[in-house]
Design a protein around this ligand. Structure first.
Ligand code: FAD
Length: 393
């Protein structure tokens, strides 16, 4: 039975879904945002590093409620421990640093609190939100609208809308509902694991450790976590190693050039998840449907970071939908009519992400391991360089 009608129904309330919803509702569209979880952002499957620019770009207040730690730069290490440090406190100390007159470059955020905060802003913009509500499928209708099948608590129900937004993350089913090609190659899916630890010193930098020895197909990281805690993690590509991410993380902690630094570490929490180091989906729209965030593979293939691209992709999607659903062609929500979303996304962000994908592919096509390691270290160092053309992704 159809109980409600909306302009758009958004499936998944991560950073992408909450941002699409907020901007669409703010411009006057009626929006339903659903998430299958009963507690947003839990269990945490993210290190939470995000640039200040990314938050400001989508009008997110820099709130203590979700910020754990300010970040002032990066340290990129090669396999043997040689570091390239890019510390904005030294490079541009008049702008970046602690205190009221200077600012951080970015933050480590608490994803549980961050996701809840993003949803709260969406609600305040007028979005209707339903937790513990799973999207099950959708059916385009003859009149140009569609129905969306949901399970809310244990009840099955249908709502009607003009466009469904799939913001349902890496394991997205929404694209599959429409028959989109969402398959991800195992060679491009990084298995990630991180420990939240006490008793490991950090200094306001995101530390990135390259080298096949520590993280085949990916990299290891040490991020400050706030309260004196740190995140130590890594991502590996399963086809490039016989061992699990856990095996590599144990080895990294016990045998790497950081082993003395980690000697007293006390593990407080273990978190894990998959990251697509893949190209953006070639088609991100269908009849009455678009995809955004991890669901559309809007993930930086060099760093694996997806918060910024989920936020900015969310805003691009909302801007497109507002224009389309408030325009003269609003009755037409066919795939052809929604193709403009992908063009807008490519122009604003996607072309750069394709370039990053080609840069990443060039690294991992190197057969010789020392050559590949050197190439990855250089690519990472160039990416984080203050003059990098990608620094706003
Ligand atoms: C270990 C790890 C560390 C990471 N660290 C970083 C980092 O430091 N910085 C960074 O930028 N990125 C990081 N990422 C990547 C980042 O977490 C993702 O790119 C980002 O969360 C994508 O946002 P999203 O909104 O697209 O999807 P998600 O955050 O995955 O949100 C999807 C939402 O959809 C909901 N959902 C799924 N299916 C349904 C359904 N059928 N019905 C209703 N709801 C549904 C889920 O419950 C979820 O809430 C990391 C990832 C991992 C695994």
């Amino acid at each position: 039975m159809i109980t409600h009608k909306y302009d758009i129904v958004v499936i998944g309330s991560g950073p992408a879904g909450a941002t699409v919803s907020r901007f669409a509702a703010r411009a006057g569209l009626s929006v339903l945002l659903v998430d299958k979880k009963q507690e947003l952002g839990a269990p945490i499957q993210c290190s939470g590093a995000v640039s200040r620019h990314a938050l400001e770009e989508v009008g997110l207040p820099l709130a203590e409620e979700y910020i754990l730690e300010p970040i002032y730069g990066f340290a990129i290490y090669d396999q043997a421990g040689k570091a390239k440090k890019i510390d904005y406190r030294r490079l541009k100390g008049e702008v970046y640093g602690p205190g009221p007159d200077r600012k951080p470059l970015g933050y480590v955020v608490d994803r549980r609190r961050f996701d809840r905060y993003c949803m709260m802003l969406a609600e305040r913009a007028g979005v209707e939100t339903w937790l513990k509500t799973e999207g099950l499928g959708y059916t385009p209708a003859a009149d140009g609208s569609c129905t969306v099948q949901l399970r809310r608590y244990n009840q099955l129900l249908e709502v009607r809308c003009r466009v469904v937004v799939g913001a349902d993350g890496l394991m997205s089913q929404v694209g599959k509902w429409a028959g989109l090609q969402t398959h991800i190659k195992i060679t491009e899916l990084a298995g990630c694991l991180q420990f939240i630890v006490d008793r490991v010193e950090t200094d306001g930098l995101l530390e990135i450790i390259t080298g096949h020895e520590w993280a085949p197909g990916g990299y290891a990281w040490v991020f400050p976590k706030g309260n004196g805690y740190a995140e130590i993690g890594l991502g590996v590509i399963s086809t490039m190693t016989e061992h699990s991410a856990q095996w590599h993380l144990d080895k990294f902690m016990r045998q790497s050039f950081f082993k003395d630094r980690f000697a007293a570490a006390r593990i407080l929490e273990v978190q894990g998840g998959g990251v697509p180091l893949a190209a953006p989906l070639r088609t991100q729209y269908a009849d009455n449907l678009i995809l955004v965030g991890d669901a559309a593979r809007h993930v930086n293939p060099i760093t694996g970071g997806g918060i910024h691209t989920a936020l900015s992709g969310g805003k691009i999607a909302a801007d497109f939908l507002v224009k389309h659903l408030q325009g003269a062609e609003r009755e037409d929500c066919s795939a052809g009519a929604l193709a403009g979303y992908q063009s807008a996304w490519l122009a604003a962000l996607g072309d750069k992400m394709w370039k990053l994908y080609h840069a990443k592919t060039a690294v991992f096509h190197q057969e010789d391991i020392p050559t590949r390691d050197a190439y990855l270290f250089k690519t990472m160092s160039d990416y984080f360089d203050p003059n990098s053309e990608y620094k706003k992704i």
